[in-house]
Design a protein around this ligand. Structure first.
Ligand code: SF4
Length: 292
C-alpha cells in the first residue's frame, strides 16, 4: 500500500492530505467500504449483456454532485467496511452468479485496496472501471493493468456549471485528461454476440437547461478521442440530492433537450458508436436499494 500512500493521501486531485489509516478524507472514507453488489441489468447492452453486470458500489466520492442519484452512498452515509481479501471473494461470488463482468462503481479513492484485491483474485471475466472521471492519470496507471473496460462520466465542460453542480470548477481540465488516458488505454474488443470485452464507453447525463454544454462536450469527444470510443447519452436525470436552491434541477429533462443533444452526435457522424436511451428513463425506480 506504500506505493500510493494513504497516510498523506494525494490519490485524487483533491489532494486533501488525510491520514486514512486514522481518519476520513474529503471523499468521506478511510478504509475500503462498499454499499452493495449485485447483477445490474440496466447498463448499456454490451455491458449488462445477458445475465447482468456484476456491479459493486463503493462508498464515498471525491466529487460533490448536488444532484447525485446515489446520494446516500457517495456521501458515505451507507456502507460497510471490508478487507481487500473480502473484496476478492466478492469478485469470485459475482463470477459464480454468472455475471458478464465485474464492474467497480466510483472506485478511485480505493485504488491501493483494489490493487491488493486483484493481486489475490483477478476475475476471468472483464473488469469494468466506472468513474466520475475526477481522477489523476498517475493514479489511474496503478489500476490500469487490472482493468479491461473504462466507463467514465463526462459531466460538464463549463467551469461555472462544474462549480455550481459538482463543487469542482476545474472538473473538465482534470476529467478531459483522465478520459483521454482511459480511451487510449484499452483497444475495442467485442464478441460476435455483442458483449464488450475491452474498450471505453464515455457516458454523459443530459441535464436540464444544459444542452449547449452537452453539445460542447460531444464536439470535444469527437475531436480528441480515438474512433473506437463509444458515447452513451443518458436521459435518466431524476431530481434528487442536495438541489434546494437550484430550481432548474427540479424537473427531468424534456424530450426536446435530449433529442437536441442526440442530434448533435448524429450530425458529427457518431451514430455507429452511440448508445441513446429511446424512452425517458427518469425514475427513482432506477436508483438501487442499498444493502449496507
Ligand atoms: S482520495 Fe479521498 S483522501 Fe485521498 S486525496 Fe482524494 S479526497 Fe483526499
Amino acid at each position: 500500500m506504500d506505493g500510493i500512500s494513504i497516510k498523506n493521501c494525494t490519490l485524487c486531485p483533491v489532494e486533501c492530505g488525510a491520514d486514512r489509516t486514522k481518519g476520513f478524507g474529503a471523499c468521506g472514507v478511510k478504509g475500503l467500504r462498499i454499499a452493495k453488489y449485485y447483477l445490474h441489468p440496466f447498463e448499456e447492452p454490451c455491458i449488462s449483456f445477458k445475465k447482468g453486470s456484476g456491479t459493486i458500489f463503493f462508498s464515498g466520492c471525491n466529487l460533490r454532485c448536488a444532484f447525485c442519484q446515489n446520494y446516500e452512498v457517495s456521501r458515505a452515509k451507507r456502507g460497510k467496511e471490508i478487507t481487500p481479501a473480502q473484496l476478492a471473494d466478492i469478485f469470485k461470488q459475482l463470477e459464480d452468479m454468472g455475471a458478464d463482468n465485474v464492474s467497480l462503481v466510483t472506485p478511485s479513492h480505493f485504488i491501493p485496496y483494489l490493487v491488493q484485491a486483484f493481486e489475490i483474485c483477478q476475475p476471468k471475466i472483464p473488469v469494468v472501471y466506472n468513474t466520475g472521471s475526477y481522477e489523476k492519470v498517475e493514479t489511474l496507471k496503478q489500476i490500469d493493468p487490472f482493468v479491461d473496460i473504462y466507463l467514465p462520466d463526462m459531466k460538464f465542460s463549463s467551469p461555472a456549471l462544474s462549480k455550481r453542480y459538482l463543487g469542482k470548477e476545474n472538473y473538465f481540465e482534470i476529467a478531459s485528461q483522465a478520459i483521454t488516458f482511459m480511451a487510449n488505454s484499452k483497444p475495442l474488443s467485442m464478441t460476435e454476440e455483442g458483449k464488450m470485452l475491452s474498450g471505453c464507453i464515455v457516458r454523459h447525463l443530459v441535464m436540464p437547461l444544459c444542452t449547449s454544454d452537452s453539445k460542447a462536450l460531444i464536439k470535444w469527444f469527437n475531436a480528441h478521442l480515438p474512433p473506437s470510443t463509444y458515447l452513451s447519452l443518458m436521459s435518466q436525470y431524476t431530481p434528487f440530492g442536495e438541489i434546494e436552491g437550484m430550481k432548474e434541477l427540479s424537473r427531468p429533462i424534456t424530450a426536446r433537450e435530449y433529442n437536441a443533444v442526440v442530434e448533435t452526435a448524429l450530425e458529427l457522424g457518431l451514430g455507429e458508436r452511440l448508445f441513446a436511451q429511446e424512452r425517458n428513463s427518469s425514475s427513482e425506480a432506477y436508483i438501487p436499494q442499498w444493502d449496507f
